[in-house]
Ligand binder design. Structure first.
Ligand SMILES: *[C@@H]1O[C@H](CO)[C@@H](O)[C@H](O)[C@H]1NC(C)=O
Ligand SMILES: *[C@@H]1O[C@H](CO)[C@@H](O)[C@H](O)[C@H]1NC(C)=O
Length: 594
């Protein structure tokens, strides 16, 4: 538009100089009368009009050009040719639409809010994601996160590998290659499926020792993650060290340090990061041996573990500062990891606090995007639903009433997981008498679950079947709140997609396949993920390692025994009358395989 200005000005001066003497032109320009006598001609007035018109038109064009430029959001006219951008991808693991209904009603009950009050996340819903994997209509978190990281479907258990066990490049790896900074923030083990899928490639998700090595850079691409905050320390410690859960004596903390990582492992060191302002890259922060405790328990142990929101904020502050003079921004994945675990445990009290913690981190990300000068977006979704959660439950054979009671969730002060751990610990260390045991159980129910009307059968069952205590505690809360569950595993429900910017995330508005979320991530950053896939294949081609049994396998580890059938539409497992075959095996609902 500014280009039109000289064009108009030239035309005006051309017309003016056409067939007229210089004195007259001078007079017009300076406003002084000419020395020539005689009446002013029609030609004079015509040319004066033309000149005035030209000046006015030129001025108008300048004004319009300035207004036009001003109206452009400075964030969208980045000085960088490729457009500097930040992408924050949030994953609410195992959170289906009913988790929101449950948590919203709980929040309203607890805070005395009207029924119209929404969660923050409610106000940003843009669409839904379909979640099936290549091997099942019900995905796991590994295949779910591979759909995000690689934008392709794979089998349950796959950590960014294809159904034929080739590595697939991830959006984080491609972002790093393109000059972005990268980060992962979780409340579970950093080696768990969702974070692993962004910076590791293994054929079986259970290989968390191998995942730990890869995530600190011991794999074909070297170090690709600049920041990791979460739990899962035990997979980084040599089996000769206390607190290790590794099968071998590799010291992955030392490996990380030799690749440049700064390593921290406790609350004090986290506080020393000063909310991210004093964080030095690359950073590995592992604040718990395995998972960080559920928020319902952690809130009373705030001096030991940082919250999801605190970790997310520190990551945002540090990444923003570190990229402020860079051509590229950052890619950060933040996971509310344990919404899923509360679903596996069928523990509605633990779940509502996990979702509220996620909602808080969600608000922090929105606030960051509002204030940060760099263009950016947040997209949030789930990998799948967990538990087949229903905000209703039929307790008796008679036709049920239509209701559920959030009050029973508000009275619980601990998760079922914590009460189970305390009970098992008590049994192991105290070898109590029967009456002491009964007293302990009654106290855990009345104080831990806030349940005063417990029945003798409920106490007796905890005494005689301590192995299933986790599920029993959770069931006591679920029955009293009339919360329904259809499984201790995942379900095939569609999950919601949220974004800070529905316009920029237009491609995700409506109902989409989960791989389209993956497509969006790479497209938003404008990175070449296919080139990473090629690089992984080339550099990894002759890179074999030893499996646990001593045999030689690819760097992605052994292939699951049923791995070959886990491919494509036609090979879905088919019905085999399983409902009659298996007996319910209770136990710790949730360790590694979900
Ligand atoms: C520790 O790891 C080494 C191999 O790295 C193995 O030989 C040893 O058996 C392991 N020890 C334990 C207690 O698992
Ligand atoms: C919650 O605790 C209060 C106070 O002990 C009690 O009056 C109420 O009945 C409890 N609510 C539920 C649903 O158990």
């Amino acid at each position: 538009m500014p280009g039109e200005r000289p064009l108009l000005a030239n035309r005006a001066s051309d017309e003016l100089s056409n067939g007229r003497d210089l004195a007259e032109e001078d007079a017009l320009l300076t406003g002084q009368p000419t020395q020539r006598d005689g009446p002013r001609t029609w030609k004079f007035w015509r040319e004066l009009g033309l000149f005035v018109w030209a000046v006015l038109a030129t001025t108008l064009v300048i004004i319009l050009a300035v207004i036009y430029q001003k109206s452009q959001d400075p964030k969208h006219t980045s000085p960088h040719p490729n457009g500097k951008r930040n992408l924050i991808f949030m994953v609410s693991d195992g959170m289906g639409p009913t988790s929101l209904s449950l948590t919203r009603s709980f929040m309203q009950y607890q805070n005395g809010e009207p029924w119209s009050r929404q969660l923050v996340i409610d106000q940003h819903m843009i669409g839904q994601s379909r979640t099936r994997s290549s091997s099942s209509l019900v995905t796991d978190s590994a295949a779910g996160a591979t759909a995000f990281s690689c934008a392709s479907k794979s089998y349950n258990g796959a950590i960014s590998v294809t159904p034929d066990h080739e590595p697939c490049g991830t959006v984080l790896e491609a972002a790093k290659k393109a000059g972005y900074m990268t980060g992962l923030v979780v409340t579970t083990r950093i080696t768990d499926a969702t974070p692993a899928c962004f910076a590791a490639h293994v054929n079986m998700r259970s290989e968390e020792d191998r995942i730990a090595e890869q995530m600190v850079g011991d794999y074909p691409l070297g170090r690709v993650v600049d920041l990791m905050l979460g739990g899962g320390r035990c997979h980084f410690l040599a089996n000769t060290t206390e607190g290790s859960c590794r099968a071998d004596d590799k010291d992955v903390i030392s490996l990380a340090k030799s690749n440049g990582f700064n390593y921290i492992s406790d609350r004090k060191a986290f506080d020393d990061l000063k909310g991210g302002k004093a964080l030095e890259f690359p950073m590995l922060g592992l604040f718990s041996p395995t998972d960080i405790p559920y928020e319902i328990d952690r809130r009373n142990e705030n001096d030991i573990y940082p919250s999801l929101d605190e970790m997310a904020e520190a990551a945002l502050v540090a990444l923003s500062e570190a990229t402020k003079d860079s051509e590229k921004g950052f890619f950060l994945m933040i996971e509310g990891s344990r919404i899923d675990h509360a679903g596996h445990h069928n523990d509605p009290a633990a779940q509502v606090h996990e979702v509220l913690a996620y909602d808080k981190a969600f608000s922090t990300v929105l606030e960051f995007l509002k204030n940060d000068p760099t263009e950016g977006i947040m997209v949030s979704t789930s990998d799948h639903e967990t538990g087949g959660l229903a905000t209703a439950r039929q307790l008796h054979a008679t036709y049920p009433e239509y209701l559920w009671y959030p009050g029973a969730l508000a009275n619980a002060t601990h998760s079922a997981e914590r009460l189970d751990l305390e009970y098992k610990d008590y049994l192991e260390t105290s070898h109590p008498s029967t009456s002491d045991k009964a007293e302990f159980v009654r106290k855990s129910i009345s104080e831990g679950l806030g349940i005063k009307d417990f029945a003798q059968e409920e106490v007796d069952k905890l005494l005689t079947e301590p192995d299933t205590a986790l599920y029993q505690y959770a069931d006591m809360i679920s029955r009293r709140s009339q919360t329904g569950w259809s499984t201790h595993g995942h379900s095939g429900a569609d999950v919601n997609i949220y974004s800070s910017d529905p316009k920029a995330a237009l491609a995700l508005v409506g109902n989409h396949e989960n791989t389209e979320v993956g497509d969006f991530l790479r497209n938003y950053l404008g990175v070449d993920v296919d080139a990473i896939t090629e690089e992984l294949k080339q550099k990894g081609a002759s890179l074999n390692v030893q499996a646990a049994d001593g045999s030689e396998v690819s760097w992605m580890g052994p292939i699951p025994e049923d791995g070959q059938r886990l491919d494509g539409q036609t090979h879905l497992a088919s019905y085999s009358g399983d409902f009659r075959k298996r007996h319910l095996v209770h136990g710790r609902g949730c360790d590694c395989e979900h």
